[in-house]
Design a protein around this ligand. Structure first.
Ligand code: MN
Length: 228
């Protein structure tokens, strides 16, 4: 063991459905504007511009249905329900055809966003980090192995306090899961443990303390958290 001057950080991990094993997380990449209707509601042109990315720290994860504290410095915490891809085999310059071979599995995730800070960053041309990558900004459900799911289609839905706020289908992703993996791997070398949040459909909205968020992707499972 190296002689660290402080205790090394704990490894963030996502539970595996039906198992005591965990998926250790290295980085969390997120795709911006990957459903046309959401691009329109955010004031953008949904034509097929190249995908773009931002990140969250690995320790932004909230798992096991735990509560999510309302973050500081914001009056507009938005939900973004997304399919999450877990990379099991890394690589650079991965082809679209080979991309799914790099996937360990899938889960449901919430790209929680301090929309007021993100909007201010957009306006001033500053980074999105504080709008997107804050503490506990990434609630996620349990992972399922890749072999049990085809990410080319499937209903994606979010309910807030039992009422549907977001509903769409993975078939409406502007950039498909294999295309996202391939594109991102031409920008960085993907590594085992990387997660990719693939973008949210329309219907994003603000939540308040006490709200219960329940998301699902058909064939993948659920993500649940309560804002406290
Ligand atoms: Mn998002």
């Amino acid at each position: 063991m190296p002689d660290y001057v402080i205790a090394p950080p704990a490894v963030s991990a996502v539970p595996i459905k039906g198992s005591t094993q965990l998926f250790p997380v290295r980085r969390i990449f997120c795709v911006g504007r990957n459903y046309a209707e959401h691009a329109i509601e955010m004031g953008s042109d949904p034509t097929r511009e190249p995908p773009f990315y931002f990140t969250k720290p690995a320790d932004a994860l909230v798992t096991g249905g735990a509560d999510m504290p309302y973050p500081p410095a914001s009056k507009s915490l938005h939900h973004e329900m997304e399919l999450v891809v877990a990379i099991g085999t890394g690589g650079a310059n991965i082809s679209v055809e080979d991309a799914l071979k790099h996937v360990w599995g899938y889960c449901c995730g919430l790209d929680m966003t301090r929309r007021d800070l993100q909007n201010e960053a957009k306006k001033t041309g500053r980074p999105w980090d504080m709008g997107k990558g804050f503490d506990r900004s990434a609630p996620m459900g349990d992972l399922i192995p890749a072999a049990s799911f085809d990410p080319s289609k499937g209903k994606i839905e979010l309910k807030v306090n039992g009422k549907v706020t977001q509903v769409s289908d993975l078939a409406k992703l502007i950039w498909s899961v294999p295309e996202v993996i391939s594109n991102l791997s031409h920008l960085v070398t993907l590594a085992p443990g990387d997660l990719i949040m693939t973008g949210t459909p329309e219907g994003v909205a603000a939540v308040v303390k006490g709200d219960v968020l329940e998301g699902m992707v058909e064939g993948v499972g659920e993500v649940r958290t309560r804002i406290v």
